[in-house]
Ligand binder design. Structure first.
Ligand code: LRH
Ligand code: MN
Length: 393
């Protein structure tokens, strides 16, 4: 398809990607955390970094917030968060409850055998719903670490029933227009069973909860052999796709930068989105990044991620879907595949540079970041505040 600038510019103008506050913080693995002087520690520093990324890319107007890491004071912190959003011109995005840190959740949270602990977990989820309303956020993005490590140690069926009940209760507290996004993950931190382990379980729970509940696809939460774009196609077909956590992986939930290992994977997912957009009801899918930048400079990695996403989003939009549909109908395999692949191999960087220039954005955001000296400036302001202890982020 011809890369007419109007078409390409329109595609890029409509792309919005939410970035995670925790992508700017010092994060690590169970083997340790390497501290970076420029890492963000306070929520203000996270808003500042998000604003820098949006200034350079024009594509990231919202920031995902994690309740315990970013809003430890709960509702009492909401006003300060709204003030930061106004100050930095970045809107609060999805609100992520945290049911994976507190000691009482050792054997689960909403699925814990102890009704008292399940009630505490539900209280935190309901607090997250209220916080989202206060911050003007639409999505409550729920991931549960719940599961077990050894066969026979938990009743998988009882836990399903407790989970259904809790999510129904949470759904009943959603304000009109709010959504509960249910994220699945096959394993880690649980290594025998995980209560919400795949898209089918998440979809059932979303259906059981109510119409404002949808499924969230974290691209890192799949077995290596799984066909993620097929899962995406199913969730689109069933109108249960609520959003994505984009990242990349070589082995498991590696949370590496988008497109760093398998850019063709992201292209194939984006193709499913573009092709569905042309057919049937408009898609309402949140694009979010969920990565941990353990070794790369965090702001550099975030800008790199958004640039990769812009490139792959435009490449996938270049697939001539009418011609592809004709070749698919004729089962002209080679011609169909060549048409599909040629879009992936199209160098869209000149068109992207033209779009950025037309939108008064730097032609090369990564170069602009290094020339701005922003990272060195914040490093001098923030160094010495970081400690190696504490949680994941
Ligand atoms: C779990 C997960 C979840 C977040 C966390 C930071 O692996 O993908 O989305 O809450 O990472
Ligand atoms: Mn995730």
């Amino acid at each position: 398809m011809e890369q007419t600038s109007d078409f390409a510019f329109g595609i890029l103008d409509r792309l919005e990607i939410e970035i995670p506050s925790w992508g700017f913080a010092n994060t690590g693995t169970r083997f340790g955390k390497f501290l970076q002087p420029a890492a963000a520690f306070t929520i203000e520093e996270k808003f500042a970094d998000a604003a820098q990324v949006h200034k350079l890319t024009g594509t990231t107007p919202t920031i995902a917030l994690h309740v315990l890491w970013d809003i430890p004071g709960g509702l009492a912190d909401a006003e300060a968060v709204v003030a930061l959003a106004e100050q930095y011109g970045i809107r609060p995005g999805s609100i992520n409850p945290n049911l994976f840190q507190d000691q009482q959740y050792k054997f689960g949270s909403l699925c814990h055998p102890d009704a008292g602990i399940r009630a505490q977990a539900l209280d935190h989820l309901l607090l997250s719903v209220k916080l989202a309303a206060k911050l003007g956020s639409r999505d409550i993005s729920l991931w549960l670490p719940d599961g077990s490590n050894y066969p026979g140690t938990q009743s998988i069926r009882h836990r399903i029933a407790w989970l259904e009940g809790a999510l129904k209760e949470a759904h009943a507290h959603l304000a009109p227009g709010q959504r509960l996004l249910i994220e699945y993950k096959p394993f880690e931190p649980a290594f025998y069973h995980t209560d919400i382990a795949d898209w089918g379980m998440a979809m059932h729970l979303a259906h059981a909860a109510g119409p404002q509940a949808k499924v969230l696809v974290d691209t890192g939460h799949h077995y290596a052999a799984q066909n993620i774009e097929q899962i995406v196609a199913w969730l689109i077909h069933t109108q249960m796709l609520g959003g994505f956590h984009f990242n990349d992986r070589r082995y498991a939930d590696d949370d590496l930068t988008l497109g760093s290992i398998d850019p063709y994977q992201v292209f194939r997912i984006f193709h499913e989105i573009h092709s569905a957009a042309g057919e049937g009801p408009p898609l309402d899918v949140a694009f979010m990044i969920d990565q941990s930048h353990n070794l790369k400079g965090k702001i550099e990695a975030m800008v790199q991620t958004i640039v990769s996403a812009q490139e792959l989003w435009l490449k996938a939009a270049l697939v001539d879907r009418a011609q592809l549909a004709a070749l698919q109908a004729q089962c002209d395999l080679v011609a169909a595949e060549e048409l599909f692949r040629s879009a992936f191999w199209t160098d869209v960087r000149p068109t992207l540079a033209a779009w950025r220039a037309a939108r008064n954005l730097p032609a090369d955001p990564l170069r602009a970041l290094s020339e701005s000296g922003y990272v060195a400036t914040v490093a001098s302001q923030r160094s010495g505040k970081q400690t190696s202890g504490g949680s994941y982020a």
